[in-house]
Design a protein around this ligand. Structure first.
Ligand SMILES: Nc1ncnc2c1ncn2[C@@H]1O[C@H](COP(=O)(O)OP(=O)(O)OP(=O)(O)O)[C@@H](O)[C@H]1O
Length: 348
């Protein structure tokens, strides 16, 4: 690692993990190179089961990697974790608080336990917008408030890197908005937030940079703006029966994904060229499919994500858009190659 390490909050190179005892030994994390710039929000995106939590657990030293290298602020972990552990705060699972105690009391107990002065409690409650409700019992808190209290707990040690694994799971739009504001506020103080999520619209609004993974492998990384600029824009189509139309289009060779709202984004024609709205409309109408909406589509992160992860499943991953921050530490070894740990350690 030759570049100045202060530019990076977190980097991994060739990070690899296969859980023992699985019938088919598919890696959960497959030679993953991550580059999380210091400062800003970095979205860590991937479908369910793509290896986000496994990666985060390895970064935090909760499970051991089979191979690869991890650096937090230029310090290799887990070997030198004690040197940087106070610079990292993380929520991987919902922390346990005492239901009958107030939020403030819970944090005071925690602060005492980790040797942090009590004054920090008021500061972190303020930071996450819970100061007014800090005398309420934990059990009266909404899910969103509980999640903000969990964030407050991670802030007690005033860490520089915050790692949140799916922090908005199960939250309503107001709760999601509050978490987003908290993340933004943290970065204004120079902190780095790594947030894993599959809620793309939310990440697009808050993240400066992203890494998109599929089946444990990096599919794209870089600034959100650059990734969107490099994405196929396509045509947005709404039809009465999206699954049937999706089948029709993909069988004919169109590049097509269906978004969460049921509309389809058709990006490429069967010859691989950008799709033409008129030609697409004619193709559908000739087969008895009448679109209720058909428009040129602006790329958003959800489409990029769907296109990348669909292509990954089909084994046709397009090259990652160019990153504007420095490239990965090193190229991964060829597929199927053994990946030895750099120092011979790390095997379970
Ligand atoms: N303890 C474990 N033992 C065996 N396999 C595991 C274990 N934990 C995760 N896996 C498998 O490893 C793969 C990656 O899982 P992981 O939880 O890291 O993905 P994820 O991207 O965080 O998913 P999600 O978004 O659903 O939380 C999955 O196939 C999962 O089934």
């Amino acid at each position: 690692m030759s570049e100045p390490t202060t530019a990076w909050a977190l980097r991994t190179a060739g990070l690899h993990k296969t859980y023992p005892g699985r019938r088919v030994p598919v890696p959960a994390v497959d030679r993953l190179d991550l580059n999380v710039p210091a400062g800003g929000v970095h979205g860590f995106l991937g479908p369910n089961g793509s290896g986000k939590t496994t990666t985060i657990r390895m970064v935090l030293g909760l499970i051991r990697a089979d191979a690869g290298r991890i650096e937090i602020f230029g310090t290799e972990v887990p070997r030198h974790l004690p040197e940087v552990v106070n610079r990292v705060g993380a929520i991987v699972e919902q922390p346990k608080f005492f239901p009958a105690f107030t939020a403030r009391r819970n944090l005071e107990l925690l602060a005492t336990g980790i040797g942090v002065p009590d004054e920090r409690v008021g500061a972190v409650l303020e930071e996450v917008g819970l100061a007014q409700r800090s005398r309420d019992r934990y059990k009266t808190y909404s899910l969103g408030m509980k999640q903000r209290l969990a964030i407050a707990a991670t802030l007690l040690k005033d860490p520089d890197l915050l790692i949140f694994d799916e922090p908005t799971n199960g939250l309503d739009p107001a709760g999601i908005h509050a978490i987003r504001q908290t993340m933004r506020h943290l970065t204004q103080q120079g902190k780095t937030v790594l947030v894993s999520s599959h809620i793309l619209a939310e990440v697009q609004q808050v993240a400066d940079t992203v890494s998109i993974i599929g089946r444990g492998r990096l599919l794209a990384e870089g600034r959100v703006d650059d990734i969107l600029a490099g994405a196929a824009h396509g045509v947005r189509v709404r039809v009465p029966d999206p699954p049937a139309a999706h089948r029709l289009l993909t069988e004919a060779g169109f590049g097509c994904v269906t978004a969460a709202d049921g509309a389809m984004n058709v990006s490429t024609a069967p010859d691989g060229s950008p799709v033409d709205p008129g030609g697409l409309n004619r193709f559908l109408a000739e087969r008895g499919v009448y679109a209720s909406e058909l428009s040129r589509d602006l790329a958003n992160l959800e489409q990029v994500f769907l296109q990348l992860t669909a292509a990954d499943t089909l084994g046709t991953v397009p090259p990652a858009p160019p990153a504007t921050h420095p490239p990965v530490l090193r190229q991964p070894p060829p597929a199927g190659a053994d990946v030895p740990p750099p120092d011979g350690s790390g095997r379970r």
